[in-house]
Design a protein around this ligand. Structure first.
Ligand SMILES: [Zn+2]
Length: 93
């Protein structure tokens, strides 16, 4: 059954491994913040997303359908955030 997925689970990170980076980007603790998957409508905390390292970036996938919800790529002078897989992100004031 494992061959049925294109996801290499050996590359999976602990979700909390990305917490520091998310805090750096958004300026607030994000792991408990809710988000909604644009692929299947699953709602959950960002900390519940499946985090993978792929090449230079970090990919956060939906835990229900494995759709890519967030993609983060860091360069020496910028951080690129691709959030097209999320219906929304919620940042607490
Ligand atoms: Zn989903």
């Amino acid at each position: 059954m494992e061959e049925m997925t294109d996801i290499n689970r050996e590359l999976m990170l602990d979700a909390n491994a990305t917490a520091g980076l998310l805090t750096e980007i958004f300026g607030t603790e994000m792991t408990a913040s809710p988000t909604e998957c644009a692929g299947c409508g699953n709602e959950g905390a960002i900390g519940e997303l499946l985090a993978f390292t792929q090449g230079p970036g970090i990919v956060l996938r939906c835990s229900a359908c494995e759709n890519v919800v967030l993609r983060i790529v860091q360069t020496p002078d910028a951080i690129y955030l691709d959030a097209r897989g999320a219906v929304y992100l919620r940042l607490a004031r």
